[in-house]
Write a protein that binds this ligand. Structure first.
Ligand code: SF4
Length: 69
């Protein structure tokens, strides 16, 4: 799994951090998402997918290796 962030879209809602705190963090000053792990381990995939679904700005892009996004 490859994770990307479309940072300009992020509205700092923070849902991603709640869903997958090992993969996402937020900047202290403006709350914009920080990607901690662009290649999360298998046991984080479900959390990352949940984060992508919850993100109100659709700023989280998830690609499965070798497949279409
Ligand atoms: S859930 Fe989306 S909008 Fe909210 S902080 Fe994460 S990436 Fe940004």
């Amino acid at each position: 799994m490859q994770v990307e962030i479309d940072e300009p879209r992020c509205v700092a809602a923070g849902h991603c951090v709640v869903a997958a705190p090992e993969v996402f963090d937020q900047r202290d000053d403006d709350g914009v998402v920080v990607l901690l792990d662009a290649n999360p381990p298998d046991d984080e995939h479900e959390h990352v997918r949940e984060a992508a679904l919850l993100c109100p700005a659709a700023a989280i892009i998830v690609r499965d290796r070798g497949g279409a996004p």
